[in-house]
Write a protein that binds this ligand. Structure first.
Ligand SMILES: Cc1ncc(COP(=O)(O)O)c(C=O)c1O
Length: 436
């Protein structure tokens, strides 16, 4: 009997080897990792340089407490992140994952307003059908109903506005009639709360886990920026999934030529090698602080995790992985187009090596499969049987109805590997459609 308190499948598959875009199970089966784990293994599996850097740091100094001490790995990692981030983002607060990065962003916004003399500002506004993490603060911001439901009595009061979901517009609009109502909803919500009480708005540039690599409409984030500025509200970009080249640009928000005030990031930063997250403050936010940030964890600024971060960022730069994500990503999206005629494929979206497929039962009406069918799980399980790993997503429409998967291989993927992924996906989809 396993003593692991599992979070997903009751039977866990034991993996024994990882190299590039491939993983091998104990039984000797080979899998192609079409989703980079949960979209985090950006530089691929088994990179020796990362193992060496981690080993070296462990031998030198494995741990110091971040309130009083530092190692070169921590300062180097902060410097490399600041170099990678937009120009005015020079201040990196380290933590050990995405939920901690978004929560730190919310608390950073709150403390900023305390220190600049606007102590009433504490509210964070977020969006329905978003995902910002699973700890109670991050889950309060998340609009993923499926993940929230059981814990609603324990959550904080975070107002949510509609998502920017063009395929199923909450306002019944089409591209031709769209007036970015979903962005304007932020203005309404801020006014309803009272601007003097609102500290920040948080959003993912491409909604990942919950909506399957869904970008907002052109112009959306520019308008969000204007609305935030008008009301003196900080804009937090949750780049936990989209950061570090995943979408073919350095940051997801770069697709809208907009900068936020705070960036929360994790996943690709350490490529899944060790737990590492970061909340990056713009100069404006940092300069508002007259006292240290009153927030911290035992494993914040972890020397070994930061050594992994340094090695991952060096590897990304050396191998031009942002560019590879863009170029191979364009190729992948062209190949994905070949799935459009499948009866269950409703929408294909995303950019770079980040794509989502939303499934429907009826293409005309966009009716989804009944949740009991668990269509996304059927596809993921069939892909697994065929040697392909992809990331599932239930509850796409409203947290209960709807299905999608994310296809997002490591950023080192080649055209040939993308071909293999799409071939296996096409085969799996055809088999599932026959069976359903
Ligand atoms: C956009 C976004 N924010 C936050 C998180 C939470 O990150 P973690 O699972 O590392 O806590 C995730 C995880 O998928 C995410 O996609």
């Amino acid at each position: 009997m396993s003593h692991i308190f599992t979070r997903g499948a009751m039977h866990l598959h034991e993996m024994v080897k990882g190299e590039g875009v491939y993983l091998w199970s104990k039984e000797g089966e080979r899998f192609i990792d079409g989703s980079a784990g949960p979209i985090c293994v950006n530089i691929g599996h088994g990179v020796k340089e990362v193992a060496d850097a981690v080993h070296a740091q462990m031998k030198q100094v494995s741990y110091v407490h971040s309130s009083h001490f530092i190692t070169t790995s921590v300062s180097d990692c902060a410097e490399k992140i600041a170099d990678f981030a937009p120009d005015n983002f020079n201040h990196v607060y380290f933590c050990s994952g995405g939920s901690l990065a978004t929560e730190a962003a919310a608390k950073m916004a709150r403390q900023y307003y305390l220190q600049v003399g606007e102590p009433k500002r504490s509210k964070i506004i977020a969006r329905w059908q978003s995902y910002h993490g699973n700890t109670l603060g991050a889950l309060s911001m998340s609009g993923n109903i499926g993940r929230r439901r059981r814990y609603v009595p324990m959550l904080l009061d975070v107002p949510h506005i509609p998502p920017a979901y063009c395929y199923r517009c909450w306002y019944g609009k089409t591209c031709d009639t769209c007036d970015l109502e979903c962005a304007r909803a932020l203005d309404t919500q801020i006014r309803a709360e009272g601007p003097e009480y609102v500290a920040a708005f948080i959003a993912e540039p491409y909604v990942g886990a919950t909506l399957g690599a869904l970008p907002a409409a052109p112009g959306y984030f520019q308008l969000i920026r204007e609305i935030c500025d008008e009301h003196g509200v900080l804009f937090i970009s949750d780049e936990v999934m989209t950061g570090f080249g995943r979408t073919g640009k350095k940051w997801g928000l770069d697709h809208w030529d907009t900068t936020p005030d705070i960036i929360a990031t994790a996943k690709g930063l350490s490529g899944g090698y060790l737990p590492l997250g970061a909340t990056i403050a713009s100069d404006k936010v940092f300069e508002g602080f007259s006292e240290p940030f009153a927030h911290g964890h035992t494993y914040g600024s972890h020397p070994v995790a930061c050594a992994a971060g340094v090695a991952v960022l060096d590897y990304m730069n050396k191998h031009n992985l942002v560019q590879n994500s863009r170029v191979i990503g364009e190729y992948m999206h062209k190949k994905l187009d070949s799935l459009k005629d499948h009866p269950s494929v409703g929408d294909i979206r995303g950019s770079g090596l980040f794509s989502g497929i939303e499934f429907v039962k009826d293409k005309e009406t966009k009716e989804s499969y009944a949740p009991e069918v668990r269509f996304n799980t059927l596809v993921v399980d069939k892909c697994f049987d065929n040697g392909l790993l992809v990331y599932p997503g239930p509850g796409t429409i409203d947290g209960v109805r709807g299905d999608h998967i994310i296809v997002a291989p490591p950023l080192v993927a080649s055209k040939g590997e993308v071909d293999e992924i799409i071939e296996l996906l096409e085969k799996s989809l055809t088999e599932v459609e026959k069976e359903v």
